[in-house]
Design a protein around this ligand. Structure first.
Ligand code: F6P
Length: 360
């Protein structure tokens, strides 16, 4: 191995630059090899858009959000959509990527991304490319790894938002509903809700009954607290069919990503409880900006471990964190497997034990 390439794909995430920095430094300092990066994720792999990653290129990027390699979403070279006679057909352009890797003299490729990006990583590995995957998602919902970098930052941004909403909620005697990211899994909502002292947490894993959430708020009012904080994961769903939520689902570009469910929760609670309610959708604030110190160090460990894997000669693997140990699992095994909040688990149990409602 003389030359390694890095690629970041899918949505960005705080800590990506720290992974790039650690992988580059490890490759140069520990193994004495050359490092390059494909620019704009798989688009750059297709176009042969390559930048040099030397010590100068990575200087100062540790605390920076985003990715200096840029990224592209929904670019799957194995299934690229084209319009032909008004119809969408899909073409496999992956051979162009393989050719570009060979022509650039790249011996191994480290691909940093979520499930979609890593599915293509596995497919390139099947074509004989020496690939290592690094898991990336602020949602922390990838199986086989305990914690993904970016999650801690998202939780800390959401916790800060809850703290800020508390003071305005209290001053106005209002119900404040904060929508956080998490299409399929409620990890950000659960951890930020717990850290911020929310009164109710609504997550995809526990469908909610709005009347039970309202009952929690009434209980607080009876105890003299006429404000409440509700944290809503964007993928939270009501227990029974609800026409308005059904419409949100239909209108959403992603069937499980409702985008605006907190507006619905706030409106319903205002009607049932009779307290003024407001919704805040935190959105991409959770993904932008500087990573926490925890995420910087986790990213550094992921980046270093990826390069170690390359030099161990073990390919088609994804770096994992198990307990406090960096390890790896086969890409073939990890793809398509998610990690969800356990409704009966210790975290939910702790939250319930201190009176936080889940609407179940
Ligand atoms: O998977 C990460 C994530 O941030 C989700 O929490 C969110 O639903 C989604 O990406 C947003 O994607 P986009 O930036 O494409 O709108």
């Amino acid at each position: 191995i003389k030359k390694i390439a890095l690629l970041t794909g899918g949505g960005d995430c705080p800590g990506l630059n720290a992974v790039i920095r650690a992988a580059t430094k490890t490759a140069i300092i520990k193994y004495g090899v050359e490092v390059v990066g494909f620019v704009n994720g798989y688009k750059g792999l297709y176009n042969g858009n390559i930048m040099n990653l030397d010590m100068d290129a990575i200087s100062g990027i540790l605390p920076r959000g985003g990715t200096i390699l840029y990224t592209s979403n929904k670019t799957n070279l194995f299934r690229m959509p084209f319009k032909e006679n008004g119809e969408t057909i899909y073409k496999d352009l992956s051979d162009v990527g393989v050719k570009n890797i060979k022509e650039a003299g790249i011996d191994a490729l480290i691909i940093i991304g979520g499930d979609g990006t890593l599915t293509s990583a596995r497919d390139f590995a099947r074509k004989g490319v020496k690939v290592i995957g690094v898991p990336k998602t602020i949602d922390n919902d990838l199986a086989y790894t305990d914690i993904t970098f970016g999650f801690d930052t998202a939780v800390s941004v959401a916790t800060d938002a809850i703290d800020r909403l508390h003071t305005t909620a209290e001053s106005h005697h209002r119900i404040m509903c904060l929508e956080v990211m998490g299409r399929y899994a409620g990890w950000i909502a659960l951890e930020a809700g717990l850290a911020g002292g929310a009164d109710a947490i609504l997550i995809p894993e526990i469908p909610y009954d709005i009347n039970k959430v309202a009952a929690k708020i009434q209980e607080r009012r009876a105890a003299g607290k006429d404000f409440s904080i509700i944290v809503v994961a964007e993928g939270a769903k009501p227990l029974s069919g609800d026409m308005v939520v059904q419409k949100l689902i239909e209108d959403s570009p992603d069937p499980v990503r409702l985008g605006g469910i907190a507006n619905k929760v706030a409106a319903d609670l205002e009607e049932i409880v009779g307290l003024e309610s407001r919704a805040t959708i935190l959105g991409h604030l959770q993904r932008g900006g500087t990573p926490t110190s925890y995420d910087r160090n986790l990213s550094t460990r992921y980046g270093k471990a990826a390069v170690d894997l390359v030099f161990s000669g073990k390919f088609a693997e994804m770096v994992t964190l198990k307990g406090n140990t960096m390890s790896s699992a086969s890409l073939e095994e990890v793809i398509g497997k998610s990690k969800n909040v356990d409704p009966e688990g210790e975290m939910v149990n702790t939250a319930k034990s201190i009176g936080i409602a889940f609407g179940d």
